[in-house]
Design a protein around this ligand. Structure first.
Ligand SMILES: NC(=O)c1ccc[n+]([C@@H]2O[C@H](COP(=O)([O-])OP(=O)(O)OC[C@H]3O[C@@H](n4cnc5c(N)ncnc54)[C@H](OP(=O)(O)O)[C@@H]3O)[C@@H](O)[C@H]2O)c1
Length: 248
């Protein structure tokens, strides 16, 4: 089978970087991406032989279309899109702290980015009859895990799951699969900012008493991306080491 091309958004950092590295090991042609041309992006591009590099702000619809279409025009179809880039910027302790503007900005990146990227790759996938999209959500959409600190992040990630199903349903006839992953608490740059309350909740809730790591997520993303999962679409895989069973 010929080499397939995979675009991993936000691949200069933690989970996205692991997905890009593992994809490279598994013989994908990787397109690494970040908002700007960071040193981390330059390094990963250099490390991953035969990779390509794109940098653009995914919260801008026209920029996303332009960059992705230009890439497809010059290099051919993107076979797989991993919508990994995301932010959690709203972190409140009581409703008085709620700030609509901040919340909308968070939602824009987490929800609209995935739609902009999908909108840009799907027409070429349709022409080529197929391949796959994986959206990185979060376990925070699960009702019993609701917290005030994730009041808008959880809703944004629930929306990502809804979008995943809509795309799977609409484009299944074109042999395009669309799935999601909901990671639990993963050790990344974000975990350094967790409050004591969050840390306590994690200690109590994770059955294995260890945080997840980006290498717990990357193989699941690539399983869903690849042909091994060719009969799976519209699905969401929770990767949380049982947190949902016990967590609060
Ligand atoms: N860490 C966790 O515990 C956890 C749990 C559940 C789900 N997740 C989800 O997993 C994904 C990756 O998480 P992570 O912890 O690895 O995050 P991270 O280290 O903060 O990485 C986020 C990536 O998204 C990119 N990004 C953010 N805003 C962007 C924008 N407007 N345009 C383009 N790129 C943008 C960042 O690029 P720059 O560096 O250039 O800003 C960065 O590469 C996210 O979707 C997150 O919500 C994480």
């Amino acid at each position: 089978m010929s080499q397939k091309t995979i675009l991993v958004t936000g691949s200069d950092s933690w989970i996205g970087k692991w997905i890009a590295q593992l994809a490279h090991q598994e013989w994908w042609k990787v397109i690494v991406h970040s908002k700007t041309d960071t040193d981390e992006l330059k390094n990963i591009h250099k490390d991953l032989e035969w990779s390509d590099k794109l940098f653009f702000d995914i919260s801008d619809q026209e920029t996303v279309k332009k960059e992705i279409w230009e890439y497809i025009k010059h290099h051919g179809c993107i076979d797989c899109l991993i919508n990994n880039a995301g932010v959690k910027t709203v972190d409140i302790k009581k409703i008085e702290e709620f700030d609509g503007k901040k919340s909308l900005a968070e939602r824009e990146v987490n929800v609209l980015w995935s739609l902009y990227c999908m909108q840009s790759v799907i027409p070429a996938m349709q022409k080529k009859w197929g391949w796959s999209i994986v959206n990185i959500a979060s376990m925070k959409w699960i009702p019993q895990l609701s917290t005030i600190s994730s009041i808008t992040y959880a809703a944004a990630k629930a929306w990502v799951l809804s979008i995943t199903r809509s795309i799977a349903k609409t484009y299944g006839k074109d042999n395009i699969r669309c799935n999601a992953i909901s990671p639990g608490y993963i050790q990344t740059g974000r975990s350094q900012k967790w409050s004591d309350e969050t840390k306590e909740r994690i200690d109590w809730g994770i059955l294995l008493s260890r945080l997840g790591t980006p290498d717990d997520i990357a193989p699941v993303a690539l399983f869903l991306a690849w042909d091994e999962a060719k009969y799976i679409t519209g699905e969401n895989i929770l990767v949380d080491w049982g947190y949902m069973l016990k967590g609060k």
